[in-house]
Design a binder for this molecule. Structure first.
Ligand code: GDP
Length: 595
């Protein structure tokens, strides 16, 4: 392995400078930064450590270039930049099981909290919206952004793009129904994204409502309610009567206030597409949730393979606005096409750069497709009695995601196969993980973590398979596929044809000769046969020859009559007209996993 020469970069540099130094498209660098939770635009400064992580992800080694005078200037720049940093409204997503009241809750909150007493009669413009609340104690009005409940798969799509768009998940659980499969799925999503969860226990107006039961179920899923000594905030509400909704909003603000959500108004905007469509008379539009910076009309933008100059900006109430600030959902027109849900939006100073970003994206997409995106976990498994065990070493980026993986994996078993996590932990894959995996003959899987190049080399030497995932359901699917591969083989009978016996002819030595009509399939010689009477098997053997009239033929199709010669064992003498001859082939197949 030749020694890699390090690329020299300063202690603080702009995203553009880093992209140039690494010889990578700036859009890719911004995308990678997002994956690591850093929202930075093209001209924004990042520090050396952040730059080094991004570089490492590209497999490029960087070294800090010392230039004290430059450093000083840059540091001063950064301080002055921070003066533009403001608090942004929290972005809240409502999730939960179907029919537990997500839509009703969003509608009720919207209709009772629209600014300026304009409630009612407002046509729903875009489905994500902001509300304003005047705090009970007086003071400034507060804003909360509600993202329209994206389906769980939509959430995954966002995650795939590295977008962590929501600050808080409000988990809706119906008080009369309790925790259901999609509730658990939502909990796992929130954990995998390391997003805090607040629980709204809905439908408390119903007589069947049972708060204690729901709380007990929450505790079972590691969401122990505060009044039970845990950390999870639960708010009883009714989307129908409106009871508890003020408390819910207050709790949302309280729990997100602690985290001091910041954004910079004075940088080019970045955002994520949360909705898009083709509007008659307007053309392609996209609703973008602004994550940082300020977006203005006339800005050039790119999102995925689409670019354009912002013609109009429309807020959630259908009003034209000139600029959109962080945490605002805003509809943009002027695009070259309809962008995909979950794409990142970036702003460029000139049209050429926006177009180039869209082209680069397209190129990287086709490269990905060409590389084949299927991710497989390699394992021969380990026999333990009748069972085959898929041992795994698991690494994840956060406690929440690791718990979600553990939870799901613990139920992935049947009578033939089982998953066993021999070691797990938080953080990038280390040499210790590879050594452990090698000893335990276990593949390593990583979720939202990286593998430093030295560790990768060790894994190659030790022949340890390492698979990295950034989408939790791809990880689960890959484990399921690996398990399916470990399932034992079973032999199944594939039916080829059926013949109804119309007459029994002479027996020829040990062989039975019958005539009949092919009812189903195509009859061909030299196949296995069973002679059946109803469900009972009378005899078994082989089909020797097939004749039509005097001629021996190679096949007879359904609907035709023919004579066949059979070599059989069993109740041979008993066979008579009305019985059925079933022609079949034995095929080896993996037993279905059923998980
Ligand atoms: P979603 O599938 O989670 O969006 O659920 P919906 O908002 O569509 O609500 C499902 C059903 O539950 C609807 O018939 C609602 O009218 C009803 N519902 C929602 N919230 C409440 C509530 O607080 N009390 C009662 N009694 N019914 C509710």
């Amino acid at each position: 392995m030749p020694e890699q020469t390090a690329v020299k970069i300063p202690g603080v540099l702009t995203v553009k400078q880093l992209a140039d130094a690494l010889n990578q498209p700036v859009t890719l660098v911004i995308g990678k930064l997002m994956q690591f939770g850093v929202l930075a635009t093209i001209n924004e400064d990042i520090d050396f450590d952040t730059a080094a992580i991004v570089a490492d992800d590209f497999g490029i080694l960087v070294e800090r270039e010392i230039d004290p005078s430059q450093e000083q200037i840059r540091q001063e720049d950064m301080v002055s930049n921070t003066s533009e940093v403001t608090t942004r409204p929290p972005i809240v997503t409502i999730m939960g099981h179907v029919d537990h009241g997500k839509t009703s809750l969003l509608d009720k909150i919207r209709s009772t909290n629209v600014a300026g007493g304009e409630s009612g009669g407002i046509t729903q413009h875009i489905s994500s919206y902001q509300i304003e609340i005047a705090p009970k104690a007086g003071g400034e009005k507060r804003v909360i952004t509600f993202l329209d409940t994206p389906g769980h798969s939509a959430f995954e799509a966002m995650r795939r793009h590295g977008a962590r768009i929501t600050d808080l998940v409000v988990l809706v659980v119906a008080a009369d129904d309790g925790i259901k499969p999609q509730t658990v799925e939502a909990i796992n999503h929130a954990r995998a994204m390391s997003v805090p969860v607040l629980v709204a226990i809905n439908k408390i107006d119903k007589t069947e409502a049972d708060l204690d039961k729901v709380k007990a179920q929450l505790a079972e899923h590691n969401l122990v309610p505060e009044d039970w000594g845990g950390k999870t905030i639960t708010v009883p509400v009714s989307a129908m009567t409106g009871e508890g909704l003020d408390d819910l909003l207050e709790m949302i603000l309280l729990s997100t206030d602690l985290r001091e959500l910041k954004a910079n108004l004075d940088v080019p905007a970045v955002g994520v597409v949360v909705e898009s469509n083709l509007k008659p008379g307007v053309g392609p539009v996209a609703t973008v949730l602004i994550q940082n910076g300020t977006l203005r009309t006339t800005h050039y933008v790119a999102m995925g393979d689409v670019s354009g100059r912002v013609r109009t900006l429309t807020d959630h109430r259908g009003r034209r606005i000139n600029e959109a600030t962080p945490s605002m959902p805003v509809e943009i027109s002027g695009l070259s096409g309809v962008p995909q849900f979950g794409e990142q939006m970036m702003v460029f100073e000139v049209e050429r750069d926006a177009k180039e970003a869209a082209r680069t994206f397209l190129r990287s997409q086709s490269a990905k497709r060409a590389a084949g995106q299927t991710i497989a976990i390699q394992s021969a498994g380990q026999k333990e009695g009748q069972k085959t065990i898929l041992t795994l070493v698991v690494k994840a980026d956060a406690k929440g995601s690791l718990e979600a993986i553990r939870d799901q994996v613990s139920v992935m078993k049947n009578e033939d196969v089982e998953v066993r996590v021999v070691s797990d932990g938080i953080g990038d894959i280390s040499e210790g993980d590879i050594t452990m995996a090698s000893t335990a003959k276990a593949p390593v899987i990583g979720f939202h973590v990286r593998i430093p190049s030295a560790v990768k080399q060790l894994a190659d030497r030790e022949k340890v398979s390492v698979t990295l995932f950034s989408v939790i359901y791809e990880l689960f699917d890959a484990i399921r596929s690996a398990l399916a591969e470990l399932m034992p083989e079973i032999t199944i009978e594939e039916e080829l044809a059926k013949l109804q016996i119309l007459a029994r002819f002479r027996d020829n030595r040990k062989r039975v000769v019958v005539g009949g009509r092919v009812e189903d399939g195509t009859l061909t010689p030299k196949q296995l046969v069973k002679v059946m009477r109803g469900k009972e098997v009378l005899a078994q053997g082989k089909l020797i020859t097939v004749r039509r009239g005097k001629d021996e033929v190679r096949q007879v199709l359904a609907g035709s009559e023919c004579g066949i010669e059979l070599d059989l064992t069993g109740e041979v003498t008993d066979i008579k007209e009305g019985d059925t001859v079933v022609l079949y082939r034995l095929e080896k197949q993996k037993k279905p996993l059923g998980l």
